[in-house]
Design a protein around this ligand. Structure first.
Ligand SMILES: *Cc1c(COP(=O)(O)O)cnc(C)c1O
Length: 470
């Protein structure tokens, strides 16, 4: 007969365990009143249970039971952590303009005002106020966007991933989509072209090789079963060397000859080629939406919160018949845009149309001169006093991020030598609001290009606090 295992001897006398207060008594102490109002009774009880459970383990291992005051302090700290776990503002000193982890494009003042004005109450989301008749959600924003892009029509949805999925579903479900092997990419956040294609119900027909795809490859692959040719902007991925693919215009000519639509997933959403002229800013391989349509793409999809500079959203612009097909697909309802998105987006479209690029934060940041940035870094140094001795003004390149290639924008940054760059970066993050730096070659870099107007004082205060103790 197997011998039953011997239960472990209790490490601390149960009397010590019994000194731990009951959870109900603990959460009812006056000192936790503010915590209770902040998170509610049930959450406070759950947090107190967790703290007590931790202590029960420690007491069993031989530690003395803590005073109530210590438990209250731990519960307060856990409540503070819980409260700060939600969204909070951060200062982006990474130099990455479209940082997906930091919410991509910041909104301009007109968008912020519109969010307040339209979010507070009811609005004419699906109503023509003049006639009192029902109208189509987003109709005016879509008309303005189509006009801006010089497209026949536009559809606005939740994000570009949704726009691509909707386009492939509406145009190609049950049929074939021809894509170059060099464009079967993952954009980030799990957006993989082959997976999206599979989900749309279309069959993927791969052509060419990873590095070279020729027009003849597309010619051979198209047939009566082909629903569309898909061209994908490789975004955050480049190939150099022995690479080749047909120009968009060549592909468009083939598609037209075969009577097949050409769908281009552009991603970036640059619509303002002229805004960057003469600034020495290269956005290599980042064609504008208009250029893709002019080259003959029948439908172009892009993000509205990348280089377009708006709230999260996706657009499909191009031929009326195709956009209508997308609109009529049942999936369109599932990815329809929120009224707050439209509220924030309408002013951005208007800013683009007027050429008011400084009103769009991302474009304003892109256009900041290196001289103006250097002046800001010197001001930071002046305000740092003695601690500035550990800093230097260095030339760097800012990255556009958000699935566009980088880094390619000449910029300057404040570089700080630190024994432990990771620790210094953590100290900057511990400031309220958190300041996010980037670490490069063992140095901590703070790039003023992405630090918004009015945030310079925060950067200096965070630096003072972080450098003080090092
Ligand atoms: C960013 C990107 C996407 C995804 O767009 P979201 O707006 O993030 O959903 C899809 N395709 C390309 C080419 C992209 O660059």
């Amino acid at each position: 007969m197997p011998v039953p295992p011997v239960p472990p001897a209790p490490l601390a006398p149960p009397v010590e365990l019994r000194k731990l207060p009951k959870v109900d008594l603990l959460v009812d102490t006056a000192e936790l009143g503010a915590c209770r109002s902040a998170v509610g009774h049930r959450v406070l009880v759950a947090i107190a249970r967790e703290v007590l459970a931790g202590w029960r383990v420690r007491v069993r291992e031989g530690e003395a039971a803590p005073e109530v005051a210590l438990l209250v302090g731990e519960i307060r700290e856990a409540v503070r952590k819980r409260l700060s776990a939600g969204l909070r503002p951060v200062v982006n000193a990474t130099g990455v303009l479209l940082h997906t982890n930091l919410g991509r494009a910041p909104l301009g003042q007109a968008s912020i005002d519109a969010l307040g004005r339209l979010g507070r109450g009811y609005s004419s989301v699906e109503l023509d106020v003049e006639t009192g008749e029902r109208s189509r959600r987003g109709a005016s924003a879509e008309a303005a966007l189509a006009e801006l892009c010089r497209a026949e029509a536009a559809l606005i949805v939740n994000n570009n991933a949704a726009a691509v999925l909707l386009a492939l579903t509406a145009i190609s479900s049950g049929r074939e989509v021809v894509v170059s092997r060099g464009e079967l990419v993952e954009i980030g956040g799990g957006f993989r072209i082959p997976d999206i294609l599979a989900r749309s119900g279309a069959t993927l027909v791969e052509v060419g090789t990873t590095n070279r795809t020729r027009l003849e490859d597309y010619e051979r692959a198209t047939s009566a079963r082909t629903a569309c040719i898909l061209r994908v902007h490789p975004s955050n991925f480049t190939m150099t060397g022995f690479v080749e693919r047909p120009r968009l215009a060549e592909l468009a000519a083939l598609a037209r000859a075969r009577g097949i639509p050409l769908v281009k997933d552009l991603g970036g959403g640059l619509v303002v080629e002229r805004a960057l002229e003469g600034l020495g800013i290269g956005l290599p391989g980042e064609p504008a939406v208009q250029a893709c349509l002019e080259a003959g793409a029948d439908l172009v999809t892009f993000s509205l919160d990348k280089l377009f500079g708006g709230p999260q959203g996706g657009a499909a612009v191009g031929a009326c018949a195709l956009v209508d097909r997308l609109r009529a697909d049942p999936l369109a309802r599932a990815v329809r845009v929120d009224k707050l998105t439209l509220a924030a987006l309408e002013p951005v479209i208007a800013d683009h149309a007027r050429g008011d690029y400084d009103a769009i934060p991302v474009l304003r940041q892109l256009r900041l001169s290196v001289d103006s940035l250097a002046a800001r870094v010197r001001r930071w140094q002046a305000e740092l006093g003695d601690a500035a001795a550990r800093t230097a003004l260095v030339e760097v390149r800012s990255a556009t991020g958000g699935g566009t290639l980088g880094p390619e924008i000449p910029s300057v940054a404040l570089a700080i030598d630190a024994a432990s760059p990771d620790e210094l970066a953590a100290r900057l993050r511990a400031h309220t609001p958190a300041v996010l730096a980037r670490i490069d070659h063992g140095r901590v870099l703070l790039d003023p290009r992405t630090v918004l107007p009015g945030e310079d004082d925060t950067v200096v205060a965070a630096l003072r606090a972080a450098l003080g103790g090092q």
